[in-house]
Design a binder for this molecule. Structure first.
Ligand code: ADP
Ligand code: MG
Ligand code: MG
Length: 207
């Protein structure tokens, strides 16, 4: 992968997030405080503005810069979590001029680990990790098997979709939705929806 792919991914994610505004907005209104869409949109705007600055950098440094920038601009619980994802990805790819798929998958897994340790959360707590953990595991498996790119993209998007939907039946044990107890059941987790939309958009750019 090259930094140009990161830039194309940023553009695709922003378009997809904007296209899903009403759903992301209403999910956080139902089981959170209603600001998740605004937080994520702000993050996308900031990354669009960063495109020129990251263009000449190798991917690891580009991810590091993205993480630091998001840390100082997105609010909410999701801001520091998403920032830690990119900072860890950047560290994992440090010194690699053009990471291959296995290296990218390892960096993605390091990013997910960073979210887990920062948010002190794991699978089954009705958070973005319910999408990110299974997607990361599948990505590593497919990358190591040398799966062709279209198949890899299709399977990752399907895995994200299935696991995003599965958060509907969960109770939350982390984040604001945990205050609602059983009343959170029946609503998809907003962070999981955002991750699913972002993953599907990135996969689309790679097909
Ligand atoms: P806030 O809850 O502070 O308003 P956002 O609305 O931007 O922040 O983000 C809410 C999302 O953050 C949730 O839907 C969930 O996916 C994610 N989240 C919250 N707490 C955690 C955590 N401890 N670990 C992982 N993800 C979390
Ligand atoms: Mg919120
Ligand atoms: Mg908030």
């Amino acid at each position: 992968m090259k930094t140009q792919h990161i830039i194309e991914a940023v553009e695709a994610v922003q378009a997809a997030i904007l296209a899903n505004e009403s759903q992301i907005e209403s999910l956080d209104r139902a089981i959170g405080d209603g600001d998740h869409f605004i937080n994520v949109r702000r993050g996308c705007e900031v990354l669009m503005g960063l495109r020129g600055e990251i263009a000449p950098l190798p991917p690891g440094e580009a991810f590091g810069k993205i993480g630091m920038k998001l840390l100082s601009t997105i609010g909410g619980a999701s801001g520091p979590l998403i920032s830690s994802f990119f900072i860890a990805m950047g560290k994992s790819l440090a010194g690699i001029a053009e990471p291959d798929r296995v290296q990218f998958a390892a960096a993605f897994a390091a990013g997910v680990e960073a979210i887990k340790s920062r948010g002190k959360a794991d699978l089954g707590e009705k958070t973005m990790l319910d999408v990110l953990i299974p997607v990361s595991r599948l990505l590593q498996r497919l990358a190591e098997q040398g799966a062709p790119l279209p198949a890899l993209c299709g399977q990752l998007a399907a895995e994200a979709h299935r696991n995003m939907l599965a958060t509907r039946d969960m109770t939350a044990t982390k984040g604001r939705a945990s205050f609602l107890g059983e009343r959170a059941i029946g609503h998809i987790d907003p962070g999981s929806k955002t991750c699913e939309v972002a993953i599907a958009a990135v996969c689309d750019t790679l097909k």
